[in-house]
Design a protein around this ligand. Structure first.
Ligand code: SF4
Length: 337
């Protein structure tokens, strides 16, 4: 970072409201290091007409300190398309920035670290999808949003962890088939297959964060915290999902907490999410599993600041690929039921 920043009275005043939100998770000493960077980022956003889209897995100083829009990857991409801002900084991983660019081709989309990848997105290429289509001609390809633009471009429709069952059933109906190709997450595909009569051919991809959870861990949480409510992400292995009280996307898990206000809960997903959600629900006791996503954690406040100062790294997509990828994403968005 090329800018000298200090914790001054002006910085303290500019950030005191933000600190009130995260005081339970961030010690004062640590905040003194974050606050000057947060104040400068927020000043630059206004000066340059930029917005920051912060994923649910960002650390609290990013999520609550500088995020203008927060949520899961699809919600963020939709905000990217809706906002009037010409510059979007994606505080998330690369496929999310690509999805924002796909839906907002005329805006400048920046990612603070080009190394912020994803084990799911890295597991499959466009050429792999073309081979799958040759092997299973005529079957629709349903692609999880956690993939590159090139893979989305080869697909018939995208899905999220929140709408996967609905998308698989709708596209099977539309193609008049009882089988679909669903890529690249083998666990999401199996969890979806368990909920629908549609047969699913999948790929050997997995999220390196969610695949580490085990059914035994869930049983251990229940023994250590009797009465605890267990919420699991559908990228977890099916035996983990089977042990949970509820399985759903990050947005669905947050809604579950809001609707049911459990006394004590554990979210079986990336560990920053509990910190971010706990801010909104101080009466709920969050037991925190600690599986960090190393890719998400490449996004830091200093890197976001650099991104805004130097307008880097800009995400670009071949227009032909972007156009085909957009069709897959929009087909999902426009799905009626
Ligand atoms: S949490 Fe998993 S799916 Fe999400 S970015 Fe990290 S590796 Fe990819």
């Amino acid at each position: 970072m090329g800018v000298e920043l200090a914790y001054t009275d002006a910085v303290a005043r500019a950030t005191e409201g933000l600190y009130a939100k995260v005081a339970g998770f961030i010690p004062k000493m640590e905040w003194h290091a974050y606050a000057p960077v947060i104040a400068e980022i927020n000043r630059l956003k206004r000066a340059k007409g930029a917005v920051i889209l912060a994923h649910n897995y960002m650390t609290p100083e990013i999520f609550h300190g500088v995020g203008d829009f927060v949520g899961d990857s699809l919600a963020l991409a939709r905000e990217a398309a809706r906002t009037d801002a010409k510059i979007i900084v994606q505080a998330g991983v690369h496929f999310m920035a690509e999805t924002s660019k796909i839906l907002s081709p005329d805006k400048t989309v920046l990612i603070p670290s080009t190394k912020a990848g994803c084990s799911l997105a890295a597991s499959i290429t466009g050429a792999d999808v073309r081979l799958l289509k040759q092997k299973y001609p005529g079957l629709p390809v349903v692609t999880y949003v956690n993939t590159s633009a090139e893979v989305k471009a080869e697909s018939d429709i995208c899905c999220t962890s929140g709408n996967a069952v609905r998308v698989v059933e709708a596209i099977a109906r539309e193609f008049g088939t009882d089988t679909v190709i669903m890529i690249p997450d083998k666990y999401l595909a199996r969890n979806v297959a368990a909920k629908t009569g549609v047969k699913v051919i999948t790929w050997e991809g997995a999220c390196e964060v969610h695949e580490r959870f085990t059914a035994q861990e869930i049983r251990d949480y229940r023994t250590a915290h009797p009465g605890i409510v267990v919420l699991a992400h559908p990228e977890c292995p099916p035996e983990v999902v089977a042990e949970a009280d509820f399985a759903g996307s990050t947005a669905a898990m947050i809604n579950y907490v809001g609707d049911h206000k459990p006394r004590r809960v554990v979210m079986i997903t990336e560990c920053s999410m509990s910190d971010n959600v706990a801010v909104e629900y101080p009466d709920v006791d969050f037991v925190r599993p600690c599986n960090l996503c190393p890719h998400m954690k490449r996004i830091t406040l200093p890197k976001i600041l650099d991104s805004l100062i130097y307008l880097r790294e800009e995400v670009t997509i071949d227009p032909m690929i972007a156009e085909r990828a957009r069709r897959s994403v929009e087909r999902m968005i426009n799905l009626k039921n």
